[in-house]
Ligand binder design. Structure first.
Ligand code: HSE
Length: 436
Protein backbone atom coordinates (compact mmCIF):
# COMPACT_ATOMS: atom_id res chain seq x y z
CA UNK A 1 0.00 0.00 0.00
CA UNK A 2 1.32 3.46 -0.75
CA UNK A 3 2.35 5.61 2.22
CA UNK A 4 -0.18 7.97 3.69
CA UNK A 5 0.86 11.60 3.13
CA UNK A 6 0.80 13.99 6.00
CA UNK A 7 0.92 17.78 6.23
CA UNK A 8 2.11 19.10 9.59
CA UNK A 9 0.83 22.48 10.77
CA UNK A 10 3.16 23.87 13.44
CA UNK A 11 6.53 22.38 14.28
CA UNK A 12 7.00 23.63 17.83
CA UNK A 13 7.71 21.29 20.73
CA UNK A 14 5.10 18.63 19.89
CA UNK A 15 5.60 18.94 16.13
CA UNK A 16 9.34 18.42 16.50
CA UNK A 17 8.68 15.44 18.78
CA UNK A 18 6.28 13.96 16.25
CA UNK A 19 8.81 14.35 13.48
CA UNK A 20 11.58 12.75 15.57
CA UNK A 21 9.53 9.77 16.82
CA UNK A 22 8.08 9.06 13.37
CA UNK A 23 11.59 8.96 11.96
CA UNK A 24 13.15 6.97 14.78
CA UNK A 25 10.41 4.34 15.02
CA UNK A 26 9.56 4.21 11.34
CA UNK A 27 9.99 0.44 11.03
CA UNK A 28 7.85 -0.42 14.05
CA UNK A 29 5.19 2.03 12.92
CA UNK A 30 5.02 0.58 9.39
CA UNK A 31 4.77 -2.95 10.81
CA UNK A 32 1.75 -1.80 12.79
CA UNK A 33 0.09 0.52 10.27
CA UNK A 34 0.64 -1.72 7.26
CA UNK A 35 1.89 1.24 5.27
CA UNK A 36 4.31 4.12 5.55
CA UNK A 37 3.46 7.45 7.16
CA UNK A 38 5.24 10.24 5.35
CA UNK A 39 5.38 13.87 6.41
CA UNK A 40 5.36 15.54 3.01
CA UNK A 41 5.12 19.19 4.02
CA UNK A 42 5.48 21.28 7.15
CA UNK A 43 3.92 24.70 7.69
CA UNK A 44 5.41 27.02 10.28
CA UNK A 45 5.90 30.76 10.46
CA UNK A 46 9.50 30.14 11.52
CA UNK A 47 10.59 28.42 8.33
CA UNK A 48 14.28 28.53 9.23
CA UNK A 49 13.70 26.61 12.45
CA UNK A 50 11.34 24.20 10.66
CA UNK A 51 14.06 23.47 8.07
CA UNK A 52 16.58 22.91 10.82
CA UNK A 53 14.31 20.41 12.59
CA UNK A 54 13.35 18.55 9.42
CA UNK A 55 16.93 18.46 8.15
CA UNK A 56 16.15 20.11 4.82
CA UNK A 57 14.62 17.02 3.16
CA UNK A 58 11.02 18.09 3.55
CA UNK A 59 9.15 20.96 1.97
CA UNK A 60 8.59 23.80 4.44
CA UNK A 61 6.09 26.60 3.88
CA UNK A 62 5.03 29.51 6.04
CA UNK A 63 1.39 29.59 4.92
CA UNK A 64 -0.59 26.69 6.42
CA UNK A 65 -3.40 27.24 3.88
CA UNK A 66 -1.07 25.84 1.22
CA UNK A 67 -0.99 22.56 3.16
CA UNK A 68 -4.71 22.13 3.80
CA UNK A 69 -5.44 22.91 0.14
CA UNK A 70 -2.82 20.57 -1.33
CA UNK A 71 -4.50 17.71 -3.21
CA UNK A 72 -1.78 15.13 -2.44
CA UNK A 73 -2.11 15.47 1.38
CA UNK A 74 -4.27 12.79 3.05
CA UNK A 75 -3.94 13.84 6.68
CA UNK A 76 -3.38 17.21 8.34
CA UNK A 77 -1.85 17.34 11.81
CA UNK A 78 -2.91 20.56 13.55
CA UNK A 79 -0.46 21.59 16.25
CA UNK A 80 -1.00 25.35 16.14
CA UNK A 81 -3.37 25.61 19.09
CA UNK A 82 -6.07 28.12 20.02
CA UNK A 83 -9.43 28.66 18.37
CA UNK A 84 -8.57 31.26 15.74
CA UNK A 85 -6.59 30.23 12.69
CA UNK A 86 -6.52 26.61 13.90
CA UNK A 87 -10.30 26.37 13.59
CA UNK A 88 -10.28 27.85 10.10
CA UNK A 89 -7.54 25.46 8.96
CA UNK A 90 -9.17 22.38 10.48
CA UNK A 91 -12.53 23.22 8.87
CA UNK A 92 -10.80 23.84 5.53
CA UNK A 93 -8.91 20.56 5.75
CA UNK A 94 -12.17 18.72 6.45
CA UNK A 95 -13.90 20.51 3.58
CA UNK A 96 -11.04 19.31 1.37
CA UNK A 97 -11.71 15.71 2.54
CA UNK A 98 -8.57 15.41 4.61
CA UNK A 99 -8.38 13.48 7.84
CA UNK A 100 -7.26 15.58 10.81
CA UNK A 101 -5.17 14.82 13.87
CA UNK A 102 -5.19 17.51 16.51
CA UNK A 103 -3.80 18.07 19.99
CA UNK A 104 -5.98 21.16 20.36
CA UNK A 105 -8.26 20.63 23.37
CA UNK A 106 -9.36 24.28 23.44
CA UNK A 107 -10.59 24.01 19.87
CA UNK A 108 -12.47 20.76 20.45
CA UNK A 109 -13.92 21.90 23.78
CA UNK A 110 -15.35 25.03 22.16
CA UNK A 111 -16.09 23.91 18.61
CA UNK A 112 -16.06 20.10 18.81
CA UNK A 113 -19.70 19.72 17.87
CA UNK A 114 -19.28 21.75 14.67
CA UNK A 115 -15.98 20.05 13.78
CA UNK A 116 -17.20 16.47 14.33
CA UNK A 117 -20.40 17.17 12.37
CA UNK A 118 -18.42 18.53 9.42
CA UNK A 119 -16.07 15.55 9.56
CA UNK A 120 -18.93 13.09 9.54
CA UNK A 121 -20.60 14.80 6.60
CA UNK A 122 -17.34 14.73 4.71
CA UNK A 123 -16.53 11.13 5.67
CA UNK A 124 -13.20 11.97 7.32
CA UNK A 125 -11.70 11.21 10.72
CA UNK A 126 -10.85 13.85 13.32
CA UNK A 127 -8.56 12.16 15.84
CA UNK A 128 -7.62 13.81 19.12
CA UNK A 129 -5.81 11.45 21.49
CA UNK A 130 -3.15 14.11 22.16
CA UNK A 131 -5.76 16.64 23.27
CA UNK A 132 -6.33 15.00 26.66
CA UNK A 133 -3.58 13.98 29.09
CA UNK A 134 -0.78 14.02 26.48
CA UNK A 135 0.75 10.58 26.13
CA UNK A 136 -1.84 8.70 28.21
CA UNK A 137 -4.15 6.81 25.84
CA UNK A 138 -7.27 7.83 27.74
CA UNK A 139 -9.31 8.67 24.65
CA UNK A 140 -8.61 5.19 23.27
CA UNK A 141 -9.56 3.66 26.63
CA UNK A 142 -12.83 5.58 26.85
CA UNK A 143 -13.82 5.24 23.20
CA UNK A 144 -12.77 1.63 22.68
CA UNK A 145 -11.42 -0.27 25.67
CA UNK A 146 -14.36 0.46 27.97
CA UNK A 147 -17.27 0.24 25.53
CA UNK A 148 -18.88 -2.63 27.45
CA UNK A 149 -19.41 -0.38 30.43
CA UNK A 150 -21.91 2.11 31.61
CA UNK A 151 -19.33 4.63 32.72
CA UNK A 152 -20.27 6.16 36.06
CA UNK A 153 -17.63 8.79 36.54
CA UNK A 154 -14.24 10.02 35.39
CA UNK A 155 -11.88 12.00 37.63
CA UNK A 156 -8.49 13.17 36.47
CA UNK A 157 -5.40 15.13 37.26
CA UNK A 158 -5.23 16.49 33.75
CA UNK A 159 -3.10 19.58 34.11
CA UNK A 160 0.56 19.06 34.87
CA UNK A 161 1.34 22.71 35.65
CA UNK A 162 -1.14 22.91 38.50
CA UNK A 163 -0.20 19.46 39.79
CA UNK A 164 3.42 20.56 39.89
CA UNK A 165 2.46 23.71 41.80
CA UNK A 166 0.29 21.81 44.30
CA UNK A 167 3.03 19.21 44.85
CA UNK A 168 5.56 21.95 45.55
CA UNK A 169 3.19 23.82 47.88
CA UNK A 170 2.67 20.64 49.90
CA UNK A 171 6.30 19.50 49.86
CA UNK A 172 7.83 22.84 50.76
CA UNK A 173 4.97 24.49 52.66
CA UNK A 174 5.13 27.48 50.29
CA UNK A 175 2.27 29.68 49.16
CA UNK A 176 0.78 29.66 45.67
CA UNK A 177 2.37 32.89 44.40
CA UNK A 178 5.89 31.85 45.42
CA UNK A 179 5.60 28.43 43.80
CA UNK A 180 4.09 29.86 40.63
CA UNK A 181 7.09 32.17 40.22
CA UNK A 182 9.44 29.25 40.71
CA UNK A 183 7.47 27.10 38.26
CA UNK A 184 7.73 29.88 35.66
CA UNK A 185 11.47 30.19 36.26
CA UNK A 186 11.90 26.43 35.73
CA UNK A 187 9.72 26.44 32.61
CA UNK A 188 6.93 24.32 34.17
CA UNK A 189 4.47 27.19 33.91
CA UNK A 190 3.94 29.50 30.94
CA UNK A 191 4.70 33.23 31.13
CA UNK A 192 0.91 33.68 30.98
CA UNK A 193 -0.28 30.73 33.07
CA UNK A 194 -3.98 31.75 33.15
CA UNK A 195 -5.38 28.74 31.26
CA UNK A 196 -3.58 26.33 33.56
CA UNK A 197 -3.94 27.95 36.99
CA UNK A 198 -7.55 29.04 36.48
CA UNK A 199 -8.55 25.46 35.58
CA UNK A 200 -9.56 26.29 32.00
CA UNK A 201 -7.15 23.82 30.38
CA UNK A 202 -8.37 21.05 32.70
CA UNK A 203 -11.98 21.99 31.93
CA UNK A 204 -11.32 21.72 28.19
CA UNK A 205 -10.03 18.19 28.73
CA UNK A 206 -12.74 17.20 31.21
CA UNK A 207 -15.42 18.40 28.75
CA UNK A 208 -14.01 16.19 26.02
CA UNK A 209 -13.82 13.16 28.34
CA UNK A 210 -17.35 13.80 29.59
CA UNK A 211 -18.74 13.79 26.04
CA UNK A 212 -17.11 10.49 25.10
CA UNK A 213 -17.81 8.86 28.46
CA UNK A 214 -21.54 9.61 28.39
CA UNK A 215 -22.32 10.10 24.70
CA UNK A 216 -23.26 13.78 24.64
CA UNK A 217 -22.04 16.75 22.61
CA UNK A 218 -18.97 18.53 24.04
CA UNK A 219 -20.34 21.04 26.58
CA UNK A 220 -17.41 23.12 27.82
CA UNK A 221 -19.66 26.18 28.11
CA UNK A 222 -21.62 24.42 30.90
CA UNK A 223 -18.57 23.26 32.88
CA UNK A 224 -17.90 24.67 36.35
CA UNK A 225 -14.31 25.93 36.42
CA UNK A 226 -12.36 26.88 39.54
CA UNK A 227 -8.57 27.00 39.54
CA UNK A 228 -5.99 26.94 42.31
CA UNK A 229 -5.17 30.64 42.62
CA UNK A 230 -7.08 31.05 45.90
CA UNK A 231 -5.82 27.88 47.50
CA UNK A 232 -4.05 28.53 50.81
CA UNK A 233 -1.00 26.60 51.99
CA UNK A 234 -2.70 26.23 55.38
CA UNK A 235 -5.54 24.19 53.84
CA UNK A 236 -3.04 21.85 52.21
CA UNK A 237 -1.51 21.33 55.69
CA UNK A 238 -4.82 20.77 57.47
CA UNK A 239 -5.95 18.38 54.71
CA UNK A 240 -2.73 16.43 55.18
CA UNK A 241 -3.33 16.19 58.94
CA UNK A 242 -6.77 14.76 58.22
CA UNK A 243 -5.38 12.19 55.74
CA UNK A 244 -6.08 13.98 52.46
CA UNK A 245 -4.19 15.55 49.56
CA UNK A 246 -5.51 18.45 47.52
CA UNK A 247 -5.47 18.00 43.75
CA UNK A 248 -6.98 20.00 40.91
CA UNK A 249 -9.42 17.41 39.58
CA UNK A 250 -11.49 17.39 36.43
CA UNK A 251 -14.60 15.43 37.40
CA UNK A 252 -17.55 14.27 35.35
CA UNK A 253 -20.24 12.04 36.82
CA UNK A 254 -23.48 10.62 35.52
CA UNK A 255 -26.38 10.95 37.97
CA UNK A 256 -30.10 10.29 37.64
CA UNK A 257 -30.66 14.05 37.35
CA UNK A 258 -27.95 14.85 34.80
CA UNK A 259 -24.20 15.08 34.36
CA UNK A 260 -21.79 16.76 36.75
CA UNK A 261 -18.95 18.49 34.92
CA UNK A 262 -16.58 20.39 37.15
CA UNK A 263 -12.97 21.37 37.75
CA UNK A 264 -11.85 22.52 41.19
CA UNK A 265 -9.28 21.86 43.92
CA UNK A 266 -10.41 18.66 45.61
CA UNK A 267 -9.42 16.79 48.75
CA UNK A 268 -8.84 13.09 48.08
CA UNK A 269 -7.78 10.42 50.58
CA UNK A 270 -3.99 10.25 50.52
CA UNK A 271 -3.98 6.46 50.34
CA UNK A 272 -5.60 6.48 46.88
CA UNK A 273 -3.11 5.86 44.07
CA UNK A 274 -4.24 9.01 42.28
CA UNK A 275 -3.50 11.10 45.37
CA UNK A 276 0.15 10.13 44.95
CA UNK A 277 0.48 11.47 41.43
CA UNK A 278 3.05 14.20 41.94
CA UNK A 279 4.87 16.85 39.94
CA UNK A 280 3.80 17.44 36.35
CA UNK A 281 2.40 13.92 35.89
CA UNK A 282 -1.22 13.26 34.89
CA UNK A 283 -3.61 10.46 35.85
CA UNK A 284 -7.21 9.64 35.05
CA UNK A 285 -9.45 7.37 37.07
CA UNK A 286 -12.49 5.89 35.31
CA UNK A 287 -15.29 4.06 37.09
CA UNK A 288 -17.27 1.68 34.91
CA UNK A 289 -20.08 -0.57 36.12
CA UNK A 290 -18.50 -3.77 34.78
CA UNK A 291 -14.78 -3.16 35.08
CA UNK A 292 -14.85 -1.15 38.33
CA UNK A 293 -12.12 1.47 38.68
CA UNK A 294 -9.27 1.71 36.16
CA UNK A 295 -6.41 4.16 36.47
CA UNK A 296 -4.31 5.62 33.66
CA UNK A 297 -1.06 7.38 34.55
CA UNK A 298 1.69 9.07 32.58
CA UNK A 299 3.10 12.26 31.12
CA UNK A 300 0.41 14.73 30.18
CA UNK A 301 2.63 17.01 28.14
CA UNK A 302 6.03 17.25 26.50
CA UNK A 303 7.42 16.66 23.03
CA UNK A 304 7.61 12.89 22.73
CA UNK A 305 4.81 11.87 25.13
CA UNK A 306 2.39 14.02 23.14
CA UNK A 307 3.93 12.83 19.86
CA UNK A 308 3.20 9.28 21.02
CA UNK A 309 -0.52 10.14 21.04
CA UNK A 310 -0.38 12.06 17.74
CA UNK A 311 1.31 9.13 15.99
CA UNK A 312 -1.11 6.58 17.46
CA UNK A 313 -3.87 8.60 15.78
CA UNK A 314 -1.89 8.65 12.53
CA UNK A 315 -1.58 4.85 12.66
CA UNK A 316 -5.34 4.50 13.21
CA UNK A 317 -5.96 6.75 10.23
CA UNK A 318 -3.42 4.91 8.08
CA UNK A 319 -5.33 1.68 8.78
CA UNK A 320 -8.84 3.08 8.38
CA UNK A 321 -8.49 5.92 5.87
CA UNK A 322 -9.89 3.88 3.01
CA UNK A 323 -12.47 1.94 5.04
CA UNK A 324 -16.16 2.69 4.81
CA UNK A 325 -16.80 5.34 7.53
CA UNK A 326 -19.39 3.03 9.05
CA UNK A 327 -16.57 0.78 10.28
CA UNK A 328 -14.75 3.58 12.06
CA UNK A 329 -15.01 4.43 15.75
CA UNK A 330 -17.40 7.40 16.02
CA UNK A 331 -15.67 10.65 17.02
CA UNK A 332 -17.55 10.87 20.32
CA UNK A 333 -17.54 7.09 20.87
CA UNK A 334 -21.33 6.81 20.44
CA UNK A 335 -23.14 6.71 17.10
CA UNK A 336 -24.09 10.29 16.22
CA UNK A 337 -27.81 9.52 16.09
CA UNK A 338 -27.51 8.04 19.60
CA UNK A 339 -25.93 11.06 21.25
CA UNK A 340 -28.02 12.20 24.23
CA UNK A 341 -28.90 15.71 25.32
CA UNK A 342 -28.45 14.86 29.01
CA UNK A 343 -28.24 18.18 30.88
CA UNK A 344 -25.12 19.32 32.69
CA UNK A 345 -26.19 20.02 36.26
CA UNK A 346 -25.72 23.49 37.75
CA UNK A 347 -23.21 23.49 40.62
CA UNK A 348 -25.96 24.04 43.20
CA UNK A 349 -27.27 20.55 42.32
CA UNK A 350 -24.04 18.55 42.53
CA UNK A 351 -23.50 16.19 45.43
CA UNK A 352 -20.15 15.86 47.15
CA UNK A 353 -18.45 16.09 50.55
CA UNK A 354 -16.89 19.23 51.94
CA UNK A 355 -13.93 20.58 53.89
CA UNK A 356 -14.74 23.70 55.90
CA UNK A 357 -12.21 25.90 57.71
CA UNK A 358 -13.60 28.43 60.16
CA UNK A 359 -11.92 31.05 62.29
CA UNK A 360 -13.83 31.09 65.59
CA UNK A 361 -13.74 32.62 69.06
CA UNK A 362 -12.41 30.12 71.58
CA UNK A 363 -15.39 30.14 73.96
CA UNK A 364 -18.09 27.69 75.16
CA UNK A 365 -20.97 26.88 72.81
CA UNK A 366 -19.26 27.90 69.56
CA UNK A 367 -18.90 24.38 68.25
CA UNK A 368 -22.43 23.50 69.40
CA UNK A 369 -23.86 26.42 67.38
CA UNK A 370 -21.98 25.35 64.28
CA UNK A 371 -22.89 21.66 64.51
CA UNK A 372 -26.54 22.60 65.14
CA UNK A 373 -26.65 24.55 61.87
CA UNK A 374 -25.18 21.57 60.02
CA UNK A 375 -27.53 19.11 61.74
CA UNK A 376 -30.56 21.27 60.88
CA UNK A 377 -29.47 21.11 57.23
CA UNK A 378 -29.10 17.29 57.53
CA UNK A 379 -25.36 17.60 56.90
CA UNK A 380 -23.44 14.92 58.74
CA UNK A 381 -19.93 15.59 60.05
CA UNK A 382 -17.30 13.01 59.11
CA UNK A 383 -14.22 14.39 60.90
CA UNK A 384 -13.10 17.43 62.84
CA UNK A 385 -9.87 19.14 63.76
CA UNK A 386 -9.61 21.93 66.30
CA UNK A 387 -6.38 23.78 66.85
CA UNK A 388 -5.35 25.10 70.22
CA UNK A 389 -5.27 28.91 70.02
CA UNK A 390 -1.77 30.29 69.49
CA UNK A 391 -0.13 32.00 72.48
CA UNK A 392 -2.05 35.19 73.31
CA UNK A 393 -4.79 34.50 70.69
CA UNK A 394 -8.49 34.34 71.52
CA UNK A 395 -9.44 32.81 68.18
CA UNK A 396 -8.66 29.47 66.63
CA UNK A 397 -9.26 27.37 63.51
CA UNK A 398 -11.85 24.61 63.31
CA UNK A 399 -11.76 22.27 60.35
CA UNK A 400 -14.79 20.13 59.56
CA UNK A 401 -15.17 17.39 56.97
CA UNK A 402 -18.74 16.59 56.03
CA UNK A 403 -20.41 13.58 54.48
CA UNK A 404 -22.06 14.06 51.09
CA UNK A 405 -24.64 16.75 50.63
CA UNK A 406 -25.95 18.92 47.84
CA UNK A 407 -23.89 22.04 47.15
CA UNK A 408 -26.85 24.35 47.75
CA UNK A 409 -27.31 22.83 51.24
CA UNK A 410 -23.72 23.44 52.25
CA UNK A 411 -23.85 26.97 50.85
CA UNK A 412 -26.93 27.77 52.92
CA UNK A 413 -25.31 26.28 56.03
CA UNK A 414 -22.12 28.26 55.41
CA UNK A 415 -24.13 31.49 55.16
CA UNK A 416 -25.76 30.72 58.53
CA UNK A 417 -22.40 29.86 60.10
CA UNK A 418 -20.82 33.07 58.80
CA UNK A 419 -23.67 35.03 60.42
CA UNK A 420 -22.70 33.78 63.90
CA UNK A 421 -21.02 36.46 66.05
CA UNK A 422 -18.41 33.94 67.12
CA UNK A 423 -17.28 33.17 63.57
CA UNK A 424 -14.76 35.56 62.09
CA UNK A 425 -14.78 36.29 58.37
CA UNK A 426 -15.52 33.88 55.57
CA UNK A 427 -15.62 30.10 55.82
CA UNK A 428 -13.12 28.40 53.50
CA UNK A 429 -14.96 25.69 51.58
CA UNK A 430 -13.29 22.99 49.50
CA UNK A 431 -14.87 19.93 47.92
CA UNK A 432 -13.87 16.41 48.88
CA UNK A 433 -14.19 13.21 46.85
CA UNK A 434 -13.59 9.74 48.26
CA UNK A 435 -13.12 8.29 44.73
CA UNK A 436 -13.93 4.90 46.17
N1 HSE B 1 -0.54 23.05 29.90
C1 HSE B 1 -0.87 21.67 30.03
C2 HSE B 1 -0.48 21.18 31.41
C3 HSE B 1 -0.21 20.78 29.03
O1 HSE B 1 0.10 21.91 32.21
O2 HSE B 1 -0.79 20.03 31.69
C4 HSE B 1 -0.87 20.75 27.71
O3 HSE B 1 -2.17 20.28 27.79
Amino acid sequence: MKPIKVGLLGIGTVGAGTFAVLKRNQEEIIRRAGRGIEIAVVADLDTARAKEITGGDIEVVSDAHLVVNRPDIDVVIELIGGYGIARELVMQAIANSKHVVTANKALLAKHGTEIFKAAEEQGVIVAFEAAVAGGIPIIKALREGLTANRIQWVAGIINGTTNFILSEMRDKGLDFATVLKEAQRLGYAEADPTFDIEGIDAAHKASIMSAIAFGTPVQFDKAYVEGITNLQAIDIRYAEQLGYRIKLLGITRRTAQGIELRVHPTLIPKNRLIANVEGAMNAVLVQGDAVGATLYYGKGAGAEPTASAVIADLVDIARLADADPVYRVPSLAYQTQSLADTPILPMSEIITSYYLRLRVSDQPGVLADITRILADASISIDAMLQKEPDEGETQTDIILLTHQTQEKNINAAIAAIEALNTVDGKVTRLRLEQLG
